[in-house]
Design a protein around this ligand. Structure first.
Ligand code: GUN
Length: 291
């Protein structure tokens, strides 16, 4: 079997198009322009790349983008004061504080300070609780994008066996909650899971979010399963020349794509969906806040 390659780039472009369309209607009919504030502390190069991409795509969708860049050594109290100002700013519908934060700042305290109604990351404990209890929540962007791709592939997920590998607050746990809410039978596997191959091989849906390059092998995958690879790992690629590197996922793509029914590539799979879902969440927050 050769798997269908799930094209996250095209899927994400469709979502961004739909968001842009809705935003332009909001502007024309209600004179409202949704706004997203992104806060970046320090100059981590990977975070810089993400924040630039978020800014560009927010503007392209017709929304206002407010960027706040703070020095690495900023005091936690000053960051919290900025979050308070953004909470109170009516032009700001969504607030995203880019993670990771420097070690001297308690992430949980900062996330808890964000107004849950503006928490477009879905990381605030109130949104975590709402999602876990099946209520209307802001949903973390990466798992939301994964769910959309799975629903596009399968339609109804009821009764399907889903295995999520990874238990992070950002991806693994909310992914499991979303799959559960969609009536899948869900297992969360992680670094301490015994017989991981056996656990993965019974899954109709595999979501890999462990951050270990090509850890999930092709012969672990049930024939015809859908495989969503959240991992983005940079590894050495001597075959491309001395000192060269390449990106790869948590799944051995070459082997898994001969067994799976559908699979996301890395890059070009889950990655583009995350920012598209951030824009969708910002629009959702704007609609809910502004009635
Ligand atoms: N850092 C890596 N991914 C994310 C994300 O989805 N949201 C935030 N706030 N920071 C991140």
């Amino acid at each position: 079997m050769t798997a269908k390659i799930i094209d996250g780039k095209t899927f994400a472009a469709r979502i961004r198009g739909a968001v842009a369309c809705h935003v332009s209607r909001m502007k024309a009919e209600h004179g409202v322009t949704p706004g997203l504030a992104v806060v970046l502390v320090g100059d981590d190069p990977a975070s810089e790349v993400y924040v630039r991409a978020k800014h560009r795509q927010t503007v392209e969708a017709g929304m206002n983008s407010f960027e706040h860049r703070l020095p690495e050594e900023i005091a936690a109290a000053d960051l919290l004061a900025l979050v308070d100002r953004l909470n109170a700013d009516d032009a700001v519908d969504g607030i995203l504080v880019q993670l990771p934060l420097p070690g001297h700042i308690a992430e949980a305290e900062v996330l808890a300070a964000i107004d849950p109604a503006k928490d477009v990351d879905g990381f605030h404990i109130e949104n975590v609780g709402l999602l876990a209890t099946g209520q209307k929540a802001m949903v973390p962007c990466t798992p939301l994008g994964c769910l959309m791709m799975l629903q596009a592939e399968h339609g109804d997920l009821s009764g399907l066996e889903a295995v999520v590998i990874g238990r992070s607050n950002i991806v693994g746990k909310p992914m499991a909650q979303l799959l559960l809410a969609a009536n899948a039978t869900v297992t969360i596997a992680h670094s301490q899971t015994r017989h991981l191959k056996a656990v993965v091989s019974r899954a109709d849906i595999v979501v890999a979010a462990v951050g270990r390059p090509e850890m999930i092998k092709g012969d672990w995958i049930k024939p015809g399963a859908s495989v969503i690879d959240v991992g983005i790992n940079r590894i050495d690629a001597p075959e491309r020349g001395p000192g060269k590197t390449r990106l790869t996922g948590d799944v051995d793509f070459a082997a898994a794509s001969t067994v799976a029914g559908a699979i996301t590539p890395v890059p070009g799979g889950v990655g583009p969906m995350t920012i598209a879902c951030l824009l969708a969440n910002t629009l959702t927050a704007a609609c809910r806040r502004r009635g």
